[in-house]
Design a protein around this ligand. Sequence first.
Ligand code: 5GP
Length: 252
Amino acid sequence: MARRKKIYEGKAKTLFEGPEPGTIVQYFKDDATAFNAEKRDVIEGKGVLNNMLSEYFMNGLTQIGVPNHFIRRLNMREQLVRACEIVPLEVIVRNFAAGSMAKRLGIEEGTPLPRPIVEYCYKDDALGDPLVSEEHIAAFGWASQQDMEDILSLALRVNDFLSGVMFGVGIKLVDFKIEIGRVYEGDYQRLIVADEISSDSCRLWDMETGQKLDKDVFRRDLGSLTDAYSEVARRLGVMPKGATPMKPTLIN
Ligand code: 5GP
């Protein structure tokens, strides 16, 4: 079998050159990291679940007209996505106080916010993805004013969509992170939702019990991460109960 060209290896995913120009194969690994990779483990099946969950959310976004990079799922661990230039920002949307914002501002976790709060972090592992303002973003040329308007609009549309989908299965969308890609179409550029949307990048709490069904289970040692992610997948009908996410088979 021909070796595929690896383009990039991140903490949770590996990217390979896709079969057609302008495409990329996104491989979901089982590696889990937190606190800027100070805590790490391999959680069997996590990659499979995130591949399925991200497919589900990105397909839903396509259905409601929110542009994103997803083309199709290839297998249990891989999906074909559109190649794009990643804007070096993590875009975080919060509906309830939690995580770093709760800590930074001394607000009790779970406090409802009067409106969704959008935050931007500069994507740089060595710096620990620091929080930045729109002033930094403009001054350092990471995104233009028009880009920022488009990014805000995309982030809020994703928030409304995800909140509604999760509400339908009894889950509260506390916050999430998305990444944005730049694609070129002739003389025009367009911004699209890229990377992944999964239990790795969202805070999801059971509406009745408050049980955490996201990566905080790993970050805070709250039990089985696979059980938490499987529960989200099961409620969404993405993976039937009893199905076991298989072991990784990285073919390169
Ligand atoms: P916080 O800033 O509270 O740590 O995170 C806010 C939200 O963004 C959470 O849902 C968290 O999972 C997500 N998030 C923040 N940074 C990252 C990151 O580097 N990777 C992933 N997968 N999610 C992140």
